[in-house]
Design a protein. Structure first.
Length: 194
């Protein structure tokens, strides 16, 4: 409910937006590819009478930039959805498995095994109350013996209804218990509300 039934965009008005810093770090470039850092921006173009947002999302900059994505009548933050998809794709690349199966397991874990903590978040010169949700969706997976030791990987989401865009920090920690497999971390942090 905290994540999927909340209105993430209510604090971002027409003509304003938020900016995130994305950091991809790896323990071994040969196994996991090159590390990098870049920006993701979300801008609200319009707000209708029901508070639904028309938004543009720009993922990365320069040569890495992807085509700008446009969304109509949004209440949830599509940057969060993009991050989830990236988590699943990264996990699939290192552990194997099919994307629909992994996505289903991750979605189910928010309901069945999420760990919830109350936290305080410092943003914009003030401290606000928030929540931290941690999941390890593959820890008890019946197919974990096929996942090359990556089944204990964790995904963390920090959010607050008092922060524009709702999500303050998203992090995936993909690692294996098997030797020589490497580690990968993706981290997305809100850096600016404009």
């Amino acid at each position: 409910e905290l994540i999927f039934e909340s209105r993430h965009l209510d604090l971002i008005g027409k003509g304003t937006g938020v900016k995130y810093k994305f950091e991809h770090t790896v323990s071994d470039e040969k196994l996991m590819g090159a590390p990098f850092a870049d920006d993701i921006t979300l801008n609200v173009q319009d707000v209708n009478g029901e508070g639904l947002r028309k938004i543009d999302v720009t993922v990365f900059t320069g040569d890495r930039q992807r085509p700008v994505q446009n969304y109509d009548e949004m209440t949830i933050n599509p940057v969060f959805v993009w991050f989830l998809d990236k988590c699943i794709e990264n996990y699939r690349l290192v552990s194997g498995g099919k994307q629909p199966y992994l996505k289903g397991r991750m979605s189910e874990s928010f309901v069945t095994q999420a760990k919830l903590e109350d936290v305080e978040v410092d943003f914009g010169g003030k401290t606000v109350s928030g929540h931290k949700v941690t999941i390890a969706p593959f820890e008890t997976d019946p197919n974990k013996h096929k996942m090359q030791g990556f089944e204990n990987s964790k995904f963390t989401f920090i959010m607050s209804k008092d922060i524009p865009g709702y999500f303050y920090e998203l992090q995936s920690d993909i690692f294996s218990s098997q030797a020589g497999t490497g580690k990968m971390q993706d981290r997305l942090v809100l850096v600016e509300a404009k």
